[in-house]
Design a protein around this ligand. Structure first.
Ligand SMILES: [Zn+2]
Length: 426
């Protein structure tokens, strides 16, 4: 892609939640860093008037599938999809095959991300060996290898004593925990949300209590150990209520919502399309509204995609047999602009915060705002550009999205990583 040594993003509206700036302002970039535009004499001026200029978006929850399932995604295609979706960094979930439970697995990821990744890849290590939930992974050596967090995503640790132990070690190592909250007994072999629609459709339901119990467990441990537990892909109203109450008490829990859980409900399953099958499942309209209310009042500080690629052959089976998960990197901004910004729920700065300062705070990253001296990681959004989702044009290797064919208003039009345009539709 085009490499420019120095340039000025001119005439755009800066929305920077790190500094609180929401104003028309020029941004200078030189040698990969943000600089005062007045210090640049020969820089190329790039007209971004009418666009939103934001700090680089971070996705806390991405499955890159390499190693183990390169037919569905690779580090290269996944990070290209991230760039096209407006993300300058992704946190790679460790449930690859083999799982990222050793320093060697993290070195593998860092090596390939360095060679073929087009955005930053932050590695996340396992909490337990092979995500089996029975024995703690060597998290000290994972930390030394460069993981930014720990997670057993895809599964929840069922043994509470082991979980508490891991939270204590994670605190000692200054690593946040990203937890997939699920009680396996209550989830059973359900395939969709347990409610009116599962009854009508005759499908096995997954009780929201499966999530709510583990949210409660995690809040207890975050309080007892006084350590950061981030709750992944929150889906139920009662989970949101628990997080709201815990945060009011100062307990260090944070939570994320996915674009699909704030845009869709379990009623969609009546189409029997496996692109509506994910875990946690799409829940009721009441749950969906509670997630949006949680985003509006700051209970939920992060939007993460849970980008979960699957090949067409894996998904083209009966609903009961299809794997859980959908891709989300290239649809997140259009879907969320519709549900949260154009609908008037969030201001543009509050919208940007869910993808920038929110995830940065979870990871304990330093100020990544658009101030001179910082790395030039920038996401430029056109909130008004019409976009029709065409899965066949995705950079992702996979096509499993329920949003194919839908029309939205607004998208990322440029993504800049360390001063380099990795996606440009300006
Ligand atoms: Zn998960």
């Amino acid at each position: 892609m085009n490499v420019k040594k120095e340039f000025i993003l001119s005439g755009g509206k800066v929305a920077d939640p790190f500094s609180g700036v929401e104003a028309k302002r020029d941004i200078g970039v030189k040698n990969g860093k943000i600089v005062d535009p007045k210090s640049l004499k020969k820089a190329e001026k790039i007209d971004v008037s009418g666009k939103i200029v934001a700090p680089g978006f971070i996705d806390l929850h991405v499955h890159l599938r390499q190693p183990g399932n390169s037919a569905a995604e690779t580090i290269e295609t996944g990070t290209k999809a991230a760039a096209a979706g407006g993300f300058t960094a992704v946190v790679a979930m460790p449930n690859t095959s083999p799982a990222a439970d050793t320093a060697a697995a993290i070195e593998y990821l860092n090596y390939h991300a360095g060679r073929s990744g087009v955005v930053k890849v932050f590695p996340c290590g396992c909490m337990t060996k092979d995500i089996a939930g029975t024995e703690m992974a060597p998290i000290g050596s994972l930390k030394n290898a460069g993981v930014v967090a720990l997670s057993d995503d895809g599964k929840g640790i069922q043994n509470h004593e082991l979980m508490k132990h891991i939270v204590e070690y994670a605190k000692a190592l200054n690593l946040p925990i990203l937890d997939h909250c699920e009680d396996e007994n209550l989830k059973g072999d359900g395939v969709m949300h347990e409610g009116v629609w599962s009854t009508l459709l005759g499908m096995k339901g997954m009780s929201p209590a499966s999530e709510e119990l583990m949210v409660a467990r995690n809040i207890i441990f975050a309080r007892m150990v006084d350590w950061k537990i981030h709750l992944q892909h929150l889906s139920s109203k009662e989970s949101v209520e628990q997080v709201r109450a815990a945060r009011k008490r100062g307990i260090p829990v944070t939570a994320e919502a996915t674009p699909h859980h704030i845009a869709l409900t379990d009623e969609c399953i009546k189409k029997f399309d496996t692109n509506y099958k994910m875990n946690p499942p799409l829940r009721s309209e009441e749950d969906r509204k509670a997630l949006i209310a949680g985003l509006a009042d700051g209970t939920i500080t992060v939007i993460a995609t849970d980008h979960a690629p699957h090949t067409p052959t894996a998904k083209l089976v009966e609903f009961d047999y299809a794997p859980f998960g959908i891709i989300g990197l290239e649809t997140a901004i259009p879907v969320c602009l519709k549900e949260l910004y154009h609908s008037g729920v969030l201001s543009i700065s509050d919208f940007v915060a869910k993808f920038t300062s929110g995830p940065a705070a979870v990871l304990g990253l330093d100020d990544r705002g658009l101030k001179p001296g910082n790395a030039a990681n920038i996401t430029i959004i056109d909130t008004e550009r019409k976009v029709k989702i065409d899965a066949n044009k995705f950079y992702s290797k996979s096509r499993n999205t329920p949003f194919n064919g839908m029309t939205f208003k607004g998208k990322a039009v440029a993504t800049i990583v360390d001063g380099k345009f990795v996606f440009n539709e300006l």
